[in-house]
Design a protein around this ligand. Structure first.
Ligand code: HEC
Ligand code: HEC
Ligand code: HEC
Ligand code: HEC
Length: 449
């Protein structure tokens, strides 16, 4: 019915709006549908788990995939617990406060992220919601590829054509992970959910990738089939796609508002949630005191990247971020127009990140920019400092993997000290963070090869 209604509206407006319709539909079709957005049936984890498929206890020799993916996921992966989290007392309290009488474990508002949650119609006979974020939650509903993907001669590209989600593509991976770890149009995270007691969520793709126990192995065979994963590209697109999502959310007249107010989940939590005596104002964003600030932590990371991929454009990018801050928080100018302009820039740069092979010099440039900015007090807010820490550690890991960081051990010790200053967001002191950064700077730069 919905399709029909949509078609009718389109058909009526076609003669006048042809250009817009084209533009809008190309934007829609440019992205691969996320695992929760396709019309294919989800067959259920049990179909992947026999010992000759992905349920071996130890990795197989001579197979191109490990075949113990299920064992790794079910025993070690936090995603296998995501549904069970909805049965805890904390979840019960959250559901109660939100008036979800059916309970968190039956509520779409929770299941969309704490499980792979297709509509009833799209659940196969053996689908089990209690599996939580299961194989198909990341790899896409398997109806159209479950049989063919094991047939001799089938390539990765064939599988993707049949609906396997392209998890090894950094851009698509970023969209997929962020759809739950930041929220998305089809799986919204709101300040109302946070206000009911949901933990603050923060995410950095490369760091989080390294926390999940890997159920794949990057060896020669993997590289031949899928290329070599570049953790810096993954980091960069993780940042860029997060900014795209924040701006799209802000621009959405329905999602971006909550009564008289904008949707507060888009703003820096600690702009509001801090004691009045804390005296934390900084002029960094170009916004006056006493204003709420957009959460610009991912924009700050992008700025360091733009500096590397387009040095001559980086001032304009920075100015556009400031214009958006001022329009949103100080009322200087049209916030929606500034958000739209920034979104265009962000999309253009994301393309550049995708197409670039980041060199060691690039990485050192980004790391230097972050450490220098942090040293001058740019990260007075927790969310920015947290992203800077994860970025610096991702880049250091990247450099070290490439054999371009001589004293990885010492850098690790300094990174651990830096992480300590972030242990509790409510007790965060920018001066401590800055001090540890200076120590790290000395360790990282004297010896970067
Ligand atoms: C369908 C939603 C969904 C998708 C897609 C998803 N996650 Fe998660 N992820 C969750 C939920 C929910 C949790 C919390 C699990 C719990 O403890 O209940 C989680 C937990 C995690 C954790 C543990 C966090 C911690 O604090 O220990 C990591 C790491 C993680 N995810 C990384 C990723 C990465 C990387 C991707 C993409 C490759 C991804 N996730 C895709 C929903 C998702
Ligand atoms: C937009 C996706 C999203 C939605 C919607 C969502 N969650 Fe979560 N939730 C997450 C992620 C991601 C994490 C893990 C955060 C981390 O550790 O980084 C999480 C963590 C949690 C935790 C803490 C788990 C732990 O191990 O400490 C609880 C409890 C929770 N969610 C309950 C709920 C309930 C109840 C709802 C519904 C009202 C809900 N969530 C809706 C994504 C979501
Ligand atoms: C949180 C998201 C997530 C979940 C859940 C998940 N995977 Fe993966 N999986 C990934 C990512 C990311 C990769 C690495 C990128 C790639 O190779 O596609 C991957 C890679 C793989 C590979 C490819 C290995 C190779 O050499 O090409 C297989 C096979 C696989 N997963 C099977 C499974 C199975 C089976 C399950 C369920 C038991 C599962 N995955 C659950 C995200 C996930
Ligand atoms: C514009 C200011 C503002 C921003 C930004 C903001 N909040 Fe809030 N928050 C509030 C207000 C107002 C309340 C309601 C306080 C009350 O009921 O006493 C609240 C309540 C909460 C509560 C419930 C606390 C309680 O005592 O029950 C949590 C948790 C919370 N917010 C988390 C967050 C997180 C996480 C973010 C960032 C993603 C955030 N907030 C961003 C203003 C804000």
């Amino acid at each position: 019915m919905m399709n029909k209604a949509r078609f009718m509206i389109r058909a009526t407006l076609k003669p006048i709006l042809l250009a817009c319709t084209l533009a809008a539909s190309s934007a829609v079709f440019a992205n691969t549908p996320l695992p929760n957005e396709t019309n294919a049936v989800s067959v259920g984890t049990v179909n992947c788990t026999t010992s000759t498929c992905h349920g071996a206890v130890t990795p197989w020799d001579g197979s191109n995939v490990l075949q113990n993916e299920y064992t790794t996921w079910s025993r070690l992966d936090p995603h296998a617990r995501a549904y069970h989290t909805l049965l805890t007392d904390q979840s019960k309290r959250i559901a109660e406060k939100l008036g979800l009488k059916q309970g968190a474990h039956n509520a779409k508002e929770c299941l969309d992220c704490h499980a792979h949650n297709p509509t009833q119609k799209l659940r196969g006979e053996r689908f089990d919601i209690t599996d939580g974020v299961n194989c198909e939650g990341c790899h896409g509903p398997a109806e159209k590829w479950i049989k063919s993907h094991t047939v001799e001669g089938t390539t990765h590209a064939d599988n993707v054509k049949n609906g396997l989600f392209p998890t090894s593509n950094p851009r698509e991976q970023a969209r997929m992970c962020l759809s739950c770890h930041q929220g998305s149009e089809s799986k919204p995270m709101t300040h109302r959910i946070m206000g009911a007691g949901h933990p603050r969520i923060s995410f950095e793709l490369d760091t989080f990738n390294s926390i999940v126990p890997a159920h794949w192995r990057v060896d020669d065979d993997y590289r031949k089939r899928k290329g070599t994963p570049d953790n810096i590209k993954i980091w960069a697109l993780g940042q860029g796609i997060a900014v795209e999502e924040l701006l799209t959310h802000l621009l959405d007249p329905k999602r971006g508002r909550d009564g008289l107010f904008p949707e507060l989940v888009l703003f820096d939590c600690h702009a509001c949630h801090h004691p009045m005596s804390k005296d934390q104002y900084s002029s960094r964003t170009g916004v006056g005191p006493g204003r709420i600030r957009l959460n610009d932590s991912n924009m700050l990371m992008m700025r360091a990247l733009v500096n590397v991929v387009d040095a001559s454009g980086s001032k304009a990018f920075n100015d556009q971020v400031v214009k958006l801050h001022q329009a949103v928080s100080d009322g200087k100018g049209d916030a929606m127009m500034e958000a739209r302009k920034l979104l265009e820039d962000v999309r253009r740069y994301n393309k550049q990140f995708e197409n670039r092979s980041f060199t060691n010099t690039d990485l050192q440039g980004v790391m230097k920019a972050l450490i220098t900015e942090a040293g001058s007090g740019v990260f007075s807010d927790y969310a920015g400092a947290e992203q800077a820490y994860m970025a610096i550690s991702s880049i250091a890991t990247g450099l070290s993997k490439r054999g371009a960081l001589a004293n990885a051990k010492e850098v690790n010790v300094k990174l651990a000290a830096l992480r300590k200053t972030l242990a509790n967001d409510e007790k965060y002191r920018p001066a401590d963070f800055q001090k540890e950064l200076l120590n790290l700077r000395n360790a990282a730069f004297v010896q970067v090869k």
